[in-house]
Design a protein around this ligand. Sequence first.
Ligand SMILES: CC(C)(COP(=O)(O)OP(=O)(O)OC[C@H]1O[C@@H](n2cnc3c(N)ncnc32)[C@H](O)[C@@H]1OP(=O)(O)O)[C@@H](O)C(=O)NCCC(=O)NCCS
Length: 162
Amino acid sequence: MDNPRSDQPPYFLRSKRLGFRPWSEQDLSLAIGLWGDTTERKHGVQYWPLFLLEDGEHVGCCGIRPYDPTQRLYELGVHIRSSYWGRGLAEEAASATIDYAFEKLGATALFAGHKPKNNASRRLLEKLGFQYTHAQLYAPNGPRTPLVPSWAWAQTRLEAIS
Ligand SMILES: CC(C)(COP(=O)(O)OP(=O)(O)OC[C@H]1O[C@@H](n2cnc3c(N)ncnc32)[C@H](O)[C@@H]1OP(=O)(O)O)[C@@H](O)C(=O)NCCC(=O)NCCS
């Protein structure tokens, strides 16, 4: 699928307003723009970069990464640049990613974790159909991280997540 920037790989996935492509070596400035903003840095996730289809602007990242590969469980993550918050882009990106995970990658279930006080994440996950399953140590944040609520996509095999 076309990307308006001919020096970059084509989009492999599109939603109504967004295009997804892999990271490239030229993307350092995009990563700094996303994670260098202290408004956003505290949440830290990394996935495919996202671009507005209408003008190619980088708005954040969204995607999945392996959670339990033997059971085809993936972890969903989304991170939108603060200047684009409140426009429904996280919901749009995550919805496209969820469809991609189940339909193209054969996921059996999706997991998502968030900090207890991150109301934006909780609301977003509720809207996407995730259901609270349990609290667990969230490994990506390191062994000293306190227990945080973790959420799991309720479509299939919730019992596999523990
Ligand atoms: C969480 C985040 C992805 C939301 O992005 P966004 O594009 O502003 O979200 P959307 O516009 O799609 O909103 C989705 C829902 O979340 C709600 N929401 C967004 N920010 C919120 C906030 N600060 N507090 C409460 N609800 C919030 C929206 O109101 C909307 O629900 P509604 O339709 O009932 O009003 C964004 O704030 C972000 O990137 N934060 C840093 C990284 C992070 O926390 N990622 C989440 C990991 S799961």
